[in-house]
Write a new protein. Structure first.
Length: 276
């Protein structure tokens, strides 16, 4: 058994990928799955989460984010739905995320603070605090986001910013390596130095994929992508110092063609960076 805890992501309603990950878990190639919660009709939600529970794989839940109509720090930003409809949707989505976490007996619910409109950072921080008032849970694990994506700013990009957002209500954090690299490239700061600052936080989960060299855009590229620019020696140095922290592969398409090869690529990189 490898001395790292690697997992893969599966959307709650993706039965094909779930079957693949069950096979990878039986082979010992992965140790956990990250279940991306998305709002579903109640009956379908319970059917799908029961199927995941029946697989018996240790799980982590990723809460819905702005791509699923849940944008904690600015619920109405970039959204033309009526405010009451937005809030109703958020309540359903978060209640399902918490129910999924209960059903799967998870310790970690990964959360994005979200995106906001330019010039609205102070208001976004206030709104995120309001969101936590409504949806507090000790399992919430706040993830760092890239500084910008598709032209809009996102909240919580560095260790310092995550700590400020979390206050005393969130004590667990998810370090997303390519998100941090995008932020470092955008702000023209040192990735290695920003990575080191995460040692001050209680990081209980890692996300890994790749980005293009010098890019500010998170594309969730494969680890061995020919244009990959993630500082893998720095990343694997941290992973080897924190072997108990689960690390999840995240890709834009959770394709059966991607994961079997990428778990092997990760294993090779792990061995190649033994002395980093």
């Amino acid at each position: 058994m490898a001395d790292y805890n690697l997992g893969c992501t599966v959307q709650i309603d993706d039965q094909k990928t779930l079957a693949l990950l069950v096979a990878l878990h039986k082979e010992g190639a992965i140790r956990h799955i990250q279940v991306q919660a998305v709002p579903l009709p109640p009956a379908l939600f319970r059917e799908r989460i029961a199927a995941i529970a029946a697989a018996g794989i240790p799980s982590i839940v990723h809460a819905p984010h702005h791509n699923h109509g849940v944008n904690p720090c600015a619920p109405a930003a970039y959204d033309d739905r009526p405010p009451q409809e937005i809030q109703k949707h958020i309540e359903l989505a978060m209640s399902q995320a918490f129910e999924a976490a209960d059903t799967l007996d998870v310790e970690t619910i990964v959360l994005h603070a979200g995106r906001y409109e330019p010039g609205g950072r102070a208001k976004a921080m206030e709104e995120f605090s309001v969101f936590l008032d409504r949806h507090t849970d000790p399992r919430l694990t706040l993830e760092n986001l890239p500084a910008v994506y598709a032209g809009y700013p996102l909240l919580g990009n560095t260790a310092e910013e995550l700590a400020a957002l979390a206050g005393a209500r969130i004590t667990r954090f998810c370090l997303d390596f390519p998100h941090l690299a995008c932020t470092a490239n955008y702000r023209r700061i040192s990735f290695a130095e920003e990575l080191e600052r995460f040692e001050t936080l209680s990081v209980t989960h890692h996300h890994i994929s790749n980005i293009r060299s010098g890019s500010i855009t998170d594309e969730h590229l494969e680890l061995d992508h020919p244009d990959g620019g993630l500082d893998l020696p720095a990343v694997f140095s941290r992973l080897r110092r924190h072997t108990a922290v689960p690390t999840t592969l995240e890709y834009k398409q959770d394709s059966p063609a991607v994961y079997p090869r990428q778990v092997r690529v990760f294993a090779r990189l792990w061995e190649n960076h033994t002395g980093d």
